[in-house]
Ligand binder design. Structure first.
Ligand code: ADP
Ligand code: MG
Length: 502
């Protein structure tokens, strides 16, 4: 009897222990997933949405994530599923699907099952930025074993994962990945060139970030050639040259952006030549970027340009239409906004110079739409493109013609267009019916009259059969809010605005 009791007891202790180990494994796995998605999401959003989440199970290719509220569920599932899935697949490629479950216990006080995501930022907070004489801002990690400057001005928003790969930039991306995985290997130096705004700084900094992630003790120096030149000049002036040289002696990875800035016979070029050779001979990884190929660097000593071409030389080209579209979609995710796909298509079609310009148009459209609470339309982005680049020929939309053709000038014209769009009558829109098929168009109507015609809530209320101004305000706010998450609504409002000639 006693033996049986002991056996049962041991078994249950054993099962309990196994259970605890499994729980700990899942927690570890979930934390590593969160680490992975963290750099791709704005800090505030990350802290808001992932606090107290957990990984409930991973079975038969399906992962189930626990979230504390249904609100978090709809937000995370609509915005971050792809990122979570990709991060999971990196750990376990059998995972094909992610679903979510609301576990209200997760948010409760004292419950320790959910992740404490604030902790994920603690390591970074251990970093402090301090001024060092004669050296510009440097990031110093507390407790670095070798006690050295680890990186200079790496922006952690530049990561390889957020660099969209298409057929024209596959090679530079693959080379960057290979260098990050094996610094000082066969691709040394790595020389990346291409026109401005095509992603050179993004890639070179992403290499630094990735290497630092793989091994936080690596000493990385990122500098633009322009800065290098001014540091040399300053060091000479202040007779700090030995100290300046010292800075580079212990560097493991040397990232130099825009080397076309080195000028002929300049003493800074000589200094760079020595630094380059010393690091290269010591098998340290060097990555250089430039706006032209090594052979076209006319102002540089041929001994130097010859060495630039010794490792791997790759060119970044302006991406094709599909990649431009994918970049716009990626940036929408980063900015956490949704755009009508037609509007994104239009931008991708009408930007012909650089990714920076592509991003600039999108940024401007986001800012305008947030300030004025208006959905970006083809017309509004066409105006932005024209404003940013007057010489640009716009394809697929005639601004001049559109300017003279605003169709909806008063509220009854707006009602008419909305009613036609939804196939209902003006009487329906004005009437008391509270069914969704009627309510939504009515609210959109109020929203458009307020935001496009600028009428007051009171006047709109009167125009809608004497409704109270607070009802109108509620309708407008609700529509504006839904426009941030509901892609179908964004499309509908866009189509209606097009009908209105906006
Ligand atoms: P460069 O240094 O070549 O002038 P940047 O690296 O500063 O260009 O790139 C300009 C902007 O375009 C940056 O915000 C960068 O993140 C973005 N960008 C460029 N190429 C891509 C890409 N393939 N995917 C995502 N973003 C990109
Ligand atoms: Mg650059």
């Amino acid at each position: 009897m006693l033996r049986l009791f002991l056996l049962v007891k041991i078994r249950s202790v054993f099962l309990g222990l196994t259970f605890q180990i499994l729980m700990a494994e899942k927690r570890e796995l979930w934390l590593s997933i969160l680490e992975r998605v963290k750099p791709t999401i704005q800090k505030m959003h990350f802290l808001t949405w992932f606090q107290n989440t957990s990984l409930i199970s991973v079975k038969d290719g399906k992962a189930v994530v626990g979230v504390p509220t249904s609100f978090a569920l709809s937000w995370i599932s609509s915005k971050y599923t792809l990122k979570i899935l990709q991060a999971l697949q990196e750990q376990d490629d059998s995972v094909k699907e992610v679903s979510y479950e609301v576990c209200s216990g997760l948010g409760e006080k004292g419950n320790k099952d959910g992740a404490d995501v604030k902790g994920l930022f603690k390591i970074n907070e251990g970093k402090k930025v301090r001024k060092v004489r004669n050296v510009n801002e440097v990031t110093v990690r507390r407790g670095v074993s070798r006690g050295h400057v680890s990186s200079q001005m790496l922006n952690d928003k530049y990561v390889l994962d957020s660099f969209v790969v298409g057929k024209d930039n596959r090679l530079p991306h693959a080379a960057a990945q290979a260098v990050s995985d094996n610094p000082g290997g066969i691709y040394n130096p790595l020389y990346i060139y291409g026109g401005t705004g095509l992603g050179k700084t993004h890639i070179v900094q992403a290499i630094g970030n990735q290497i630092l992630k793989n091994d936080p003790d690596t000493i990385i120096k990122y500098i633009t050639a322009e800065r290098f030149v001014s540091e040399v000049v300053e060091a000479i002036g202040k007779r700090h040259m030995p100290k300046f040289k010292d800075q580079y002696r212990n560097v493991d990875v040397f990232l130099v952006d825009d080397v076309q800035f080195f000028a002929r016979k300049d003493s800074s070029q000589q200094e760079f030549f020595h630094t380059f050779n010393e690091l290269y001979d010591a098998n340290k990884q060097i990555v250089l970027t430039s706006d032209r190929a090594p052979s076209e660097l006319d102002d540089l000593d041929t001994r130097l340009t010859g060495r630039f071409g010794m490792g791997m030389v790759v060119e970044l080209l302006f991406p094709d239409f599909e990649t431009r579209l994918a970049i716009l979609q990626q940036k929408c995710q980063e900015f956490e906004v949704i755009f009508d796909p037609e509007v994104l298509n239009f931008i991708a079609n009408n930007v012909h110079h650089s990714v920076r310009e592509l991003e600039g148009v999108l940024r401007q459209a986001v800012a305008e739409s947030q300030l004025s609470d208006r959905v970006p339309t083809i017309r509004s982005v066409a105006e932005i493109i024209k404003r940013l680049n007057k010489a640009q020929k716009i394809v697929g939309f005639d601004i001049e013609e559109a300017r003279g053709s605003v169709r909806a000038k008063n509220s009854s014209e707006v009602m008419q267009i909305v009613a036609e769009y939804y196939n209902i009558t003006i009487a329906d829109i004005m009437g008391p019916d509270r069914h969704k098929e009627i309510m939504t168009p009515r609210q959109i109507c109020m929203y458009l009259i307020k935001n496009e015609l600028g009428e007051s809530y009171e006047r709109i209320g009167l125009g809608f059969g004497g409704r109270n101004h607070t009802t109108v305000m509620h309708a407008c706010n609700k529509t504006a809010k839904k426009l941030r998450t509901d892609i179908k609504l964004v499309r509908d409002v866009n189509a209606i605005k097009r009908e209105m000639g906006l």
